[in-house]
Design a protein around this ligand. Structure first.
Ligand SMILES: [Zn+2]
Length: 499
């Protein structure tokens, strides 16, 4: 016997077997029971969620001699006929011409061969041409009593309003993952395939709401063997394995720049797209957020126990703010990458930006930071007062410009000789340099500050300054404080942190 795809083999034959569309099935069954059949229906929704199945079941049910609670009885001649003559299925994509529509118009005049109704199911109805719609419209305007049209489409917006207004419309939902998992479990146990619940859940989730898509994936997995676990399924799906993704996420949370860049290199060398990686990462950070905010996280996540434990360990030390920022960045990135000429660069830049960020970007966070600092005895400034240096620094603070000059000249020369053009440029643009206690302090604007506060740059300068027993200390220019409150707050927090 020729192999039959799972989704064909397990097509529902009654309304009760259709998953996730209970609201629609209830109405349709009601119509059968009360014999209130309309002449035109429109079934809309994404692919593989039961539109055509519902249309076929409805077509059987309207001609069924003794329907069971609105479902076809599956026993009478109308229900058991292999190729029912009164159910005409057309594909809008291949029967889209005016000829076919005219033929329908002419043929609908003839009475049904056996049952009460002739049912026309038009799949991909949005593919019909304007002329075909016009011909169809003539029929819909004065439909013979014995005719029922069911138009199925994924794109209802392409159906002319004149047709829409004559149809009873049903919007099919995406099917929840748990429901798809139930279906797959049923099929696997019938086929004697042993699969772990995590494996089944991974297959169901990959269907993204479409039963048909999930069943084609199940098909591929079933062909692989009689035992399925999570790793096998993710392998078949071609998803980046979760462990790698979690390692990557951990490196981001711990700001391990070196490892991040190496991993990106390795993964892209293996042929993974950064787009997929961004998707996987947003999933991982979402899982961590669930873990940090839900009691029954494992029931929701359905991950293998070792992965779950790994995930718990990583997210335990993560700030919710940073997780939220990560989720935001990767969700946004997913769409930006499609239009980017250099997706890898974009991905790297976003990842490094995230890794170095604390996740605190808003006023609330800054105020909390200041409150924390105040508790430690550091007083923030207000508009009226100049910046107060903490007491222990204040006692010895004296700016020595003369001492700084020759040292700074030597520093500049050394850096120039080391061939760091960007760092050299920043250093030559500074307007004020002084020695204060054991600190070589330089005053800089926000942009220079960001550059000089960089870990590597700081190290270069500290290594040079060690021979004078000094440490490099960039501070931001004071006159920028008088701006709006937000800027000021961020500046205060930044300054205090430097000390
Ligand atoms: Zn029947």
């Amino acid at each position: 016997m020729a192999y039959q795809a799972l989704y064909r083999r397990y097509r529902p034959t009654t309304f009760d077997e259709i998953a996730g569309q209970e609201h629609i099935c209830k109405t349709l069954k009601n119509q059968i029971e009360t014999n209130q059949i309309s002449h035109a229906y429109l079934f809309t929704g994404t692919r593989g969620i039961g539109k055509t199945s519902a249309a076929r079941i409805f077509a059987r049910a309207v001609n069924c001699i003794s329907p069971v609670k609105g479902n076809p009885c599956k026993k009478c001649s109308a229900c058991t006929e292999v190729n029912p003559v009164d159910i005409i299925e057309l594909d809008g994509a291949s029967n889209n011409g005016v000829e076919q529509a005219r033929e329908i118009r002419d043929r609908v005049q003839y009475l049904p061969a056996g049952g009460k109704y002739k049912v026309y199911i038009i799949d991909e109805a949005h593919m019909l041409t304007g002329a075909a719609f016009n011909a169809l419209l003539k029929t819909l305007e004065e439909p013979p009593k014995h005719v029922v049209f069911i138009l199925c489409t994924t794109e209802p917006q392409k159906i002319p309003a004149t047709i829409l207004s004559r149809c009873m419309r049903f919007d099919f939902n995406l099917v929840p993952t748990e429901k798809i998992a139930q279906i797959i479990n049923g099929i696997f146990s019938e086929l004697n395939i042993k699969a772990t619940s995590e494996a089944v859940n991974a297959i169901a989730a990959a269907g993204e709401g479409s039963v048909r898509d999930a069943l084609s994936i199940a098909d591929r997995c079933a062909a692989f063997g009689e035992k399925l676990d999570y790793e096998t399924v993710t392998g078949i799906l071609g998803a980046t394995d979760k462990k790698t993704v979690l390692d990557f996420a951990e490196n981001i949370l711990t700001n391990n720049t070196g490892k991040i860049l190496t991993s990106i290199n390795e993964l892209t060398a293996q042929g993974k797209s950064v787009g997929l990686l961004a998707k996987d990462l947003s999933q991982a950070f979402r899982d961590m957020l669930i873990l940090n905010s839900c009691q029954n996280a494992n029931e929701l996540l359905m991950l293998p126990i070792d992965l779950f434990e790994r995930l718990s360990k990583i997210s335990k030390n993560a700030e919710i703010k940073k997780l939220l920022l990560a989720l935001e960045i990767y969700t946004e990135l997913d769409s930006k990458l499609h239009y980017s000429l250099s997706p890898r660069l974009l991905f790297e830049a976003a990842t490094l930006r995230l890794a170095t960020s604390s996740g605190e970007t808003d006023m609330e966070a800054l105020e909390m930071r200041i409150a924390r600092l105040e508790k430690r005895g550091v007083t923030p400034i207000t508009n009226a007062k100049p910046i107060e240096t903490p007491p222990q620094v204040k006692a010895v603070a004296e700016r020595d410009y003369d001492k700084a000059r020759p040292i700074w000249a030597e520093v500049l020369q050394t850096v120039r000789g080391m061939n760091y053009p960007v760092l050299t440029t920043i250093l030559t643009q500074l307007d004020s340099v002084w020695v204060e206690d054991k600190l070589m302090t330089v005053q800089c604007n926000n942009m220079q500050f960001t550059g000089l506060n960089d870990k590597d740059n700081k190290k270069i300068l500290n290594d040079i300054l060690v021979k004078w027993g000094l440490r490099f200390n960039p501070v931001k220019t004071e006159n920028e404080t008088a701006e709006d409150k937000k800027k000021q707050l961020s500046k205060v927090a930044g300054n205090i942190e430097v000390i």
